[in-house]
Design a protein around this ligand. Structure first.
Ligand SMILES: [Zn+2]
Length: 240
């Protein structure tokens, strides 16, 4: 018997299902490199003393480039203006208790030019929020540069409210109570400064008014607020 050869037409056509549509390969986002540690800023801090290494011809040669200047009081107006003209960085200051932050022109006293007075306010400079509070707790009769306990409580309470949130730096003339405060009445620490630190958590507190020759350490960490507290007497350059 002969087997009939299947004709080609009997072979069922191979059913090829349509190739599934491949979804396009998802595009991966490029890796985001998160910088966890910002590059520290260089901050020049000064107070109380016209330092000959700063107030000289050729300044700022010999010093690293700084991003911000903080003047913590009792510095004369001509020195503040000198800093503002010699450095490209913003110069923020608070007044001290010697009423010398002015320039005398003829019979008039004018505020130093080219600098930012941060007393009683929060300024944003070099990407940082800086709160300022000049003057010292009252120790004798004077027109300017001293405040009563009530004025400090009121003024610093207002400043904390104006800040609305934490600040990076707190620039003052008087120190908070603690290792930098003087034992004498004129150089005592200010409680309301400490309260502001506990409320607005500055990472750095820069103050003046306490002279280095009193044998105090240049800086310490406040155990309650965690702030680094620096005495700016003379001049210093900090990484922050
Ligand atoms: Zn002072």
């Amino acid at each position: 018997m002969s087997l009939s050869q299947p004709s080609i037409s009997n072979i069922p056509a191979l059913k090829v299902s349509a190739a599934p549509q491949l979804s396009p390969r998802p595009v991966l986002e490029p890796l985001q490199l998160v910088q966890t540690q910002a590059v520290p800023r260089k901050v020049l801090v000064l107070a109380d003393y016209v330092h000959p290494y700063v107030y000289r011809n050729g300044f700022p040669s010999g010093l690293p480039e700084v991003d911000l200047v903080l003047a913590a009081g009792d510095l004369p107006g001509y020195y503040l203006e000198f800093l503002a003209t010699q450095l490209p960085a913003p110069v923020v200051y608070v007044p001290g208790n010697h009423e010398n932050e002015y320039i005398t022109e003829g019979d008039t006293r004018i505020a130093a030019r080219g600098v930012i007075n941060a007393h009683g306010r929060v300024v944003e400079v070099a990407g940082l929020r800086v709160a300022g509070w000049g003057g010292v707790p009252k120790y004798r009769e004077s027109k300017e540069g001293q405040y009563t306990d009530f004025q400090a409580r009121w003024g610093l309470g207002l400043l904390a409210m104006r800040a609305r949130k934490d600040v990076d730096i707190f620039l003052t003339h008087a120190p908070p109570p603690g290792p930098h405060a003087g034992k004498d009445h004129a150089h005592r620490g200010c409680e309301s400064i400490q309260q502001f630190m506990e409320r607005r958590h500055p990472k750095l507190v820069v103050h003046g008014h306490i002279h280095e020759y009193e044998g105090k350490k240049f800086e310490y960490t406040d155990t309650v607020s965690g702030a680094r507290v620096v005495n700016a007497y003379g001049y210093h350059i900090l990484d922050f």
